[in-house]
Design a protein around this ligand. Structure first.
Ligand code: G4P
Length: 506
């Protein structure tokens, strides 16, 4: 079985995630994919990330997971949705990786979205390799960038390579361990040429390079894998400088598939029983067929096509006859998958985000929460005879994690909840385009939602007093729709036996 590295790239928009992804795929020989990763140029900027994904649904399956091989190692690169409004979706994708590359623009340093995504990685101790991109342009001082990563993210930093000059004075990338320099060549230094093992550093950079060599602690693989230290690489994704260093670092240092947390303790990848969890669902890939793809991270066992697995949400086994595997290159191994791999399972709504799948239906993975929405709206139908279609659409979209739906105990207007404003635009446009439902959103008299947990009797009692604020979510679990955050605190104080939770795990 080939070794696996399952990872994601996190960055602020425009730092170079797409460009780096393409170069990584090129390195791995998956050339036909490069260039398809995203639409480029103007067309790209005209739309939000999500709309763009909408537009390109045809390729979005393949770009959700990109698998390539290099030196006998299989790399699974998971795409993280770029827009900050989809933090929930991104969070879940990051639960499915074993490590991440953090791309930073050398002129900008740590930007807000980089930081947010980093925090998500930290929650799960996902180890990070840092790539400081765009050294072919004038950027900030490398030392300053190193300090910023260390200070803002509270991480130990260890430079693995160092740029000899930047922008117009770029002389190459120095490998700090070996002392060799990869030099740019060509008319305008547009590609990396020979590796200069006997390099002399131009005088103006000599002192800086010397300081870099002695000024930092040595790389410690355990500290890196524990998420306490980040090795830092410099380069240019656009010009393919320093990209192989990064992929080699993933191959050498990044952890192989890690055990995953479950109710009964961590599940080791070496366990024989096949198990995995759904971290993402994508509906309506093809508008003609109401199909959807559930993305499962395989945690243990060797998966074989046609195998029967039981989803925790369903309780009875399903046969996985036509899984989508992402080995574009090698048909032979497409019939099996190993821990760390991602399998796309076509289904008609039976599989949901957070579901655990296993052969014996005895494993429940944890840590894939829903988050309490911060924006609540009522949905108003233009044509009241479309109620059934609306319900179906809301069910579908909540399954995908685009929105959450709450069905109030009193009244007939459903309340939808989102974490960010953009999701509302997506909702309305998808209702119209995919379900032919003309709907609008109205303010709801609620500010936030909390899952009510505790003794059933106590919950019933509480609900009895607060009918106008009670709703059920898709799983029929009780939800308290609060008028204000203060209201939540008040109720919590009055009902110490109940928990008003901001997250819910399936
Ligand atoms: P993203 O996915 O993180 O949003 O970033 P993306 O790769 O799309 O890169 C954003 C812009 O930065 C692109 O330029 C890209 O060409 C440029 N870029 C990426 N890596 C480098 C690099 O190493 N050096 C330099 N100089 N530029 C880099 P654009 O003009 O905005 O887009 P496009 O029209 O070239 O697509």
């Amino acid at each position: 079985m080939a070794e696996r590295r399952t990872f994601a790239i996190i960055s602020h928009p425009d730092a170079g995630k797409t460009t780096l992804t393409e170069k990584l795929l090129l390195t791995g020989g998956a050339i036909h994919l490069a260039g398809e990763v995203k639409a480029r140029g103007q067309a790209r900027r005209a739309r939000s990330d999500w709309m763009k994904i909408e537009q390109q649904r045809g390729i979005s399956v393949t770009s959700s997971v990109m698998t390539f091989e290099r030196d006998g190692i299989t790399f699974n690169l998971l795409d993280t949705p770029g827009h900050e409004d989809f933090s929930e979706d991104t969070y879940r994708t990051l639960t499915a990786v074993d490590s991440a590359i953090m791309v930073i623009d050398a002129a900008k340093g740590i930007e807000p979205q980089t930081r947010k995504l980093f925090e998500v990685c930290r929650l799960r101790s996902v180890p990070i390799i840092t790539f400081v991109n765009k050294v072919d342009r004038e950027g900030r001082e490398p030392f300053e960038l190193m300090d910023e990563v260390a200070d803002m993210l509270a991480l130990d930093v260890c430079p693995m390579t160092w740029p000899v000059g930047m922008g117009g004075r770029f002389e190459g990338i120095l490998d700090l361990a070996s002392g060799s320099v990869a030099r740019p060549e060509g008319p305008s230094k547009e590609f990396l040429g020979k590796i200069d093992t006997d390099a002399t550093i131009p005088e103006e950079f000599a002192e800086q390079v010397e300081l870099a060599q002695i000024g930092y602690p040595e790389f410690d693989v355990d500290a890196y894998r524990a998420g306490d230290l980040t090795p830092v690489f410099f380069g240019s994704a656009l010009k393919n400088f320093g990209v192989t260093d990064v992929i080699e670092a993933i191959a050498t240092h990044a952890p192989p598939p890690r055990p995953q947390p479950s109710e009964a303790g961590p599940v080791e990848p070496t366990k024989d029983e096949v198990s995995g969890f759904i971290f993402k669902v994508q509906a309506n890939m093809d508008p003609q067929h109401r199909d959807r793809i559930a993305f499962m991270r395989l945690v243990s066992g060797t998966f074989k096509r046609g195998m029967k697995l039981t989803p925790s949400g369903l309780g009875k086994p399903i046969a996985v006859h036509s899984p989508i595997m992402f080995f574009a290159q090698d048909r032979e191994i497409a019939d099996t998958a190993e821990p760390g791999d991602i399998i796309g399972i076509p289904n008609h709504g039976t599989l949901r985000v957070g579901d655990s799948l296993s052969e014996k239906n005895d494993i429940r993975f944890t840590g894939l929460p829903n988050f309490a929405p911060e924006i609540l709206r009522r949905v108003k139908l233009a044509d009241p005879t479309k109620t059934k279609q609306l319900r179906k659409a809301l069910d579908d979209l909540s399954e995908e994690g685009v929105i959450q739906v709450f069905y109030p105990e009193i009244g007939s207007q459903w309340v939808i909840g989102v974490v960010g404003q953009l999701q509302l635009d997506v909702l309305i446009s998808r209702l119209a385009a995919e379900y032919k439902v003309d709907a609008s959103l109205e303010p709801a008299p609620f500010a936030t939602a909390r899952w009510v947990k505790g003794d059933e009797k106590k919950i019933d009692e509480f609900a009895g007093f607060n009918r106008a604020n009670m709703a059920k979510d898709r799983d029929d679990d009780p939800v308290f729709l609060a008028k204000s955050p203060w209201d939540v605190g008040y109720q919590q104080e009055k009902n110490p036996d109940l928990t008003f939770s901001t997250t819910k795990e399936r």
